[in-house]
Design a binder for this molecule. Structure first.
Ligand SMILES: [Zn+2]
Length: 340
């Protein structure tokens, strides 16, 4: 079985964005009408999935996608806590509808109602609701709700701990995933995303988060940002900072996905990072939607690059299925309950 651990509902019906536009307009000017979500039918959801993500999964050979709301639309820097809570809930409920309509192909991961300066502990209720009531198996945690300004404390700061405690208690992982950038220096998917991946890893290196949370599991997407390419730098920094080996200090708890959009990048990822720490993912349809003129294939058709590695059967099983089931035990339990 092939599990893609990183997909977003970027093709959601336009009523969702219309609601958001009205919500933001009302927040900016309370004289504008209260936002109202116009009805979205099951058929509309089916159509947006069948013609897009599901079709690509079938064409490319994936069986299941761990699915979450459109990441760039989380935009935690917009509005206030109430705005973020309502917007988050609507998005998570929409993902839940996808998982109900396509229970064998999609399983949910939630967005969180984060806001600048608001304690992350306030996001625990929504995580709990999504896991316990909607059957979700993880969450996307934004390390920078300020949208590229990095005004909050790093992930190793104790202000994050109430949320990590809840994750451990619920036995769910988080993907460290920023949203859109309101800082013109950082293009969202080209710079902000990759910066955040790299930044999170370095924060883990500087702290001792996994000494405090030995059971915490975090996924750094987009192939771990710049980390695999600069693995020597991080090994050296760990040494200089008097930290244990990265294999002990970080890599018992941190996983990288395969959202790397060219063969040499995937080759390097697998050469540098232990295969037990790599989860198959494509992030379709997300950052890079086009066709690679050099290969004639979609950039985000990442299975093709992994196939080209000619891994052993055991290696393929880890990357495509077993690692995801280990990192997302609630996914494993739901699959097992279905005899899969
Ligand atoms: Zn993503």
């Amino acid at each position: 079985m092939i599990i893609d651990c990183h997909g977003h509902y970027t093709t959601a019906p336009q009523q969702l964005q219309a609601y958001r536009d009205a919500q933001v307009a009302h927040f900016d000017d309370p004289n504008k009408p209260q936002p109202e979500l116009q009805g979205i039918s099951d058929d509309e959801i089916r159509e947006t999935i069948e013609n897009n993500q599901l079709k690509a999964m079938q064409d490319r050979g994936a069986d299941m996608t761990i699915f979450s709301p459109k990441a760039s639309a989380m935009a935690h820097h917009i509005g206030d806590e109430a705005v973020s809570k309502t917007w988050t809930r609507i998005n998570n409920d929409t993902i839940h509808r996808v998982t109900q309509l396509f229970p064998d192909q999609f399983i949910g991961v939630c967005q969180l109602p984060q806001s600048v300066g608001i304690p992350i502990g306030n996001s625990v209720d929504e995580l709990t609701r999504c896991v316990n009531e909607l059957g979700f198996v993880g969450c996307n945690l934004n390390p920078d709700p300020s949208g590229g300004r990095w005004t909050g404390p790093p992930l190793i700061d104790k202000v994050w701990y109430p949320f990590f405690e809840a994750m451990v208690e619920l036995d769910v992982p988080a993907m460290i995933h920023v949203s859109s950038s309101c800082n013109p220096n950082f293009h969202a998917t080209g710079a902000h995303y990759i910066n955040a991946d790299t930044t999170a890893f370095m924060q883990f290196l500087q702290g001792d988060l996994f000494g405090d949370f030995p059971d915490l599991r975090l996924i750094i997407p987009h192939g771990g940002g710049a980390v695999p390419y600069h693995w020597g730098r991080y090994r050296g920094l760990a040494d200089m900072l008097g930290k244990p080996l990265l294999t002990e200090h970080i890599m018992k708890n941190v996983y990288f996905d395969t959202c790397v959009y060219h063969q040499p990048g995937i080759d390097l990822l697998f050469r540098v990072i232990d295969i037990d720490n790599i989860l198959f993912a494509s992030e379709m349809f997300g950052a890079v939607k086009g066709v690679d003129r050099e290969t004639g294939h979609n950039f985000d058709d990442t299975k093709r690059y992994i196939d080209a590695l000619q891994l052993s059967d055991a290696g393929q099983h880890k990357v495509f299925e077993a690692n995801a089931r280990r990192v997302f035990p609630r996914l494993d339990a739901q699959l097992k309950a279905k005899g899969r």
